[in-house]
Design a protein around this ligand. Sequence first.
Ligand SMILES: Cc1cc2nc3c(=O)[nH]c(=O)nc-3n(C[C@H](O)[C@H](O)[C@H](O)COP(=O)(O)OP(=O)(O)OC[C@H]3O[C@@H](n4cnc5c(N)ncnc54)[C@H](O)[C@@H]3O)c2cc1C
Length: 432
Amino acid sequence: MTKDSSTQHLVVIGAGASGYFCAVNAARLCPGLSVTILEKTGKTLSKVKVSGGGRCNVTHRALPIAAFTGNYPRGARLLKRTLHQFQASDTWNWFESRGVQLKTEADGRVFPCSNNSQSITDALEAEARKYGVHVQLHQTVMALKAPENSPQAGTGQPGRWEIQLMGQSDPLQADYICVAVGGLIKRDAYQFIANLGHEILPPVPSLFTFNLGRHSITGLMGVSVENAAVRIVGSKLKQTGPLLITHWGFSGPAVLKLSAWGAEWLAEKTYQFSILINWLGEQWPENKLREQWAEIRDQNAAHAMGDKNPFGLPKRLWSYLLKTAGIIESLYWSKLPAGPQNKLIQTLVADVYNINGKTTFKEEFVTCGGVDLAAVDPMHMQSRVHPGLYFTGEVLNVDGITGGFNFQHAWASGFAAASHIAQNYQQTTENQ
Ligand SMILES: Cc1cc2nc3c(=O)[nH]c(=O)nc-3n(C[C@H](O)[C@H](O)[C@H](O)COP(=O)(O)OP(=O)(O)OC[C@H]3O[C@@H](n4cnc5c(N)ncnc54)[C@H](O)[C@@H]3O)c2cc1C
């Protein structure tokens, strides 16, 4: 990072998961490369520390790559390349071989056995110390200037990047830059990247819950359905899975997945839209329920409707749905008139709610948008505009659903960039 021309320097911008991982792996793979992380705040790895409710959901259960990438609304194509170099099993081995015992929970999320994110940050920090990574806090990068004589200019000796820091007149210099500044909600914060000729796709939040405003169903807060199907009216967006009623609206995996897959569309609609809930799940489409209704009614004929809920829905929800359909709980199944029966079928499989705004899920939002992938080599994370410039983690237009997929992208992209920097470093040092 100094003007010493015999040593090559990598500067990583951002001490989050992906920048840190790139730095420690590059330093390990290239003894002799000087590696510095510049971090604008006073802390490193802050999101890792608070992630997963302080437990750090470090990755997801290993799956075939095609199945794993199905969990990324944006960036699946890039992930296909990076995961071939560093997938969930590699994350597992990387941390376990550095003394962090991991465990997989029933839903596939991987955590340290300590249930404490400190185990993860300790391992990364020990690695940084072991390989001499310099970390400089309170350093905000304001601008980057590309080398005038890039390696492609055929000089044999690449030029150096200049890094302008806030409050400092003299720029720093580096041979390789890794931009790992995370998801930035304000578009202006990406300006120093846009100035290099990289397109920035508008950043919008992903992973949020749906607000209803004042609605009687919020009285059922805490009630959840194991396998509902939720569809956004006027779009092709549809997800299934657990659905949770909260005091402000709806949450749970079905809603979080919808918010991720629909992040851009929902932002365009300023989070005003309608959803259709099938409380019985996809296995009960309306036509099947109508076909089997007579049989269901006959089987339960001798019971009051409030007492006999043939679909296994939570009792409070069943009572609520009966009320919505205008059915009193003491009515016998055998006496159910055609009008309320029709309304109940509709309510069970196509219950409409108007959504009015969003709420961040446990603060664990990620950013959809950022550096356009078209100008980034998906194998090495290197810019197609400027050799020697790399992008890793959430600054890219890549995001996953909850479950450890976002950290897996951070590790995989950080590792892919580090490996390519190591290759370039070895080539240039051999040529000298
Ligand atoms: C509360 C919370 C919990 C989460 N929990 C999980 C989880 O359990 N599992 C999971 O997979 N994902 C989780 N995520 C998502 C995950 O944390 C992120 O996807 C991941 O941290 C992205 O890593 P990153 O290195 O790209 O960016 P970040 O971790 O955001 O790091 C970027 C760093 O760059 C610094 N920076 C920004 N601009 C500059 C600049 N100009 N100069 C210098 N430094 C700069 C920032 O201060 C920051 O430290 C969670 C997210 C949040 C917010």
